[in-house]
Design a protein around this ligand. Structure first.
Ligand SMILES: O=P(O)(O)OC[C@@H](O)[C@@H](O)c1c[nH]c2ccccc12
Length: 246
C-alpha cells in the first residue's frame, strides 16, 4: 500500500490505485531522456510540460498539438504530459496524442502507485515515468523503478526534502528530480532545490522541477548542479517564453 498523505494527495493516490490499465500495442521506439539531456550541450535542457490545471491554481486550456509542436521546434529536449484527471485535468488521450507526434522523450506525469499505470505508460508510447518518493514506501519505490526498467522505460525519482533524498540515495537511481513545490503546502522554494541539488552526486542526472520563471533562475540552478529543467506553468501561460529560457 502506498503512503496516503493528507488532503488532496490521499485522494489522488486512491484514484491512482483504481485506474484501469490501457491495453494496446506500443507503436513507438523508446527515446531515452538521459541521452537527450546528456547531448544537450549548447542550450538549457528544458522539458516542457502540458498541464491544463493544478492545485496551485493554474487554469489554461490551450491547444495540445500546437503547444507540443511549438516546444519541439523551439528546442525542448522532452515533453511532459499530465495524465492525472481530477486535479490536473489530464488524460491518457492527451499522452497518446503527444507520443504520436513528437520525436522526443515523453514523460507520463502522474502519481504512479501500480504496475498497471506503468504498463499504460509503455503501451501509450511514453518513455519516462515519474516516481514520487513521498507517496511510496521504499520497497514500492524500488519495485516500481525496477519494473519500469524491465520494460525499457526510464524513471525520474522525485524528491522534495532531505528525507526523500536520503531514501533516494540508498539505491542506484540514475535520474533524480528535485521538486521545488512542497506537495502538501504547495509552496515553491528554489533555494531549497539548490541546497538539495548540491547534495546529489555528480554521476546522477539531476532535474530541477517546478516554479521556474526566468533565465536567471535556470543559471542559478545550473550552478547548483541541475542538468535539466521541468517547466509547466510558465510555458502554459506564455509558450513564447521558451525562447528566452532555452
Ligand atoms: O508548473 P510548474 O511549477 O513549472 O511545475 C512543473 C512540474 O514540476 C510540476 O507539474 C510537478 C512536479 N512534480 C509533480 C508531481 C505531480 C504533479 C505535478 C508535478
Amino acid at each position: 500500500m502506498p503512503r496516503f498523505l493528507d488532503g488532496w494527495l490521499s485522494d489522488v493516490v486512491k484514484n491512482s490505485l483504481n485506474r484501469a490499465r490501457v491495453n494496446k500495442p506500443r507503436e513507438r521506439p523508446i527515446y531515452l531522456l538521459s541521452k537527450f539531456i546528456k547531448s544537450s550541450v549548447n542550450k538549457n535542457a528544458i522539458i516542457a510540460e502540458y498541464k491544463k490545471k493544478s492545485p496551485s491554481g493554474l487554469n489554461e486550456n490551450r491547444n495540445l498539438v500546437e503547444y507540443v509542436k511549438f516546444m519541439e521546434e523551439s528546442g525542448a529536449i522532452g515533453i511532459s504530459v499530465l495524465t492525472e484527471e481530477k486535479y490536473f485535468g489530464g488524460s491518457y488521450n492527451d499522452l497518446e496524442t503527444v507520443t504520436k507526434i513528437v520525436k522526443l522523450p515523453v514523460l507520463m506525469k502522474d502519481f504512479i502507485v501500480t504496475e498497471k499505470q506503468i504498463d499504460t505508460a509503455f503501451n501509450l508510447g511514453a518513455d519516462v515515468i515519474l516516481l514520487i518518493v513521498k507517496i511510496l514506501t521504499e520497497r514500492e519505490l524500488v519495485n516500481l523503478y525496477e519494473y519500469a526498467k524491465s520494460l525499457g522505460l526510464e524513471a525520474i525519482v522525485e524528491i522534495t526534502d532531505e528525507n526523500d533524498l536520503k531514501i533516494a540515495l540508498r539505491h542506484n537511481f540514475n535520474i533524480i528530480g528535485v521538486n521545488a513545490r512542497n506537495l502538501i503546502s504547495l509552496e515553491v522554494d528554489i533555494q531549497k532545490v539548490k541546497k538539495l541539488l548540491e547534495l546529489i552526486p555528480k554521476n546522477i542526472i539531476k532535474i530541477a522541477e517546478s516554479g521556474i520563471k526566468s533565465r536567471e533562475e535556470i543559471i542559478e540552478l545550473k550552478k547548483a548542479g541541475a542538468d535539466a529543467f521541468l517547466i509547466g506553468t510558465t510555458l502554459m501561460k506564455d509558450p513564447n517564453k521558451i525562447k528566452e529560457l532555452i
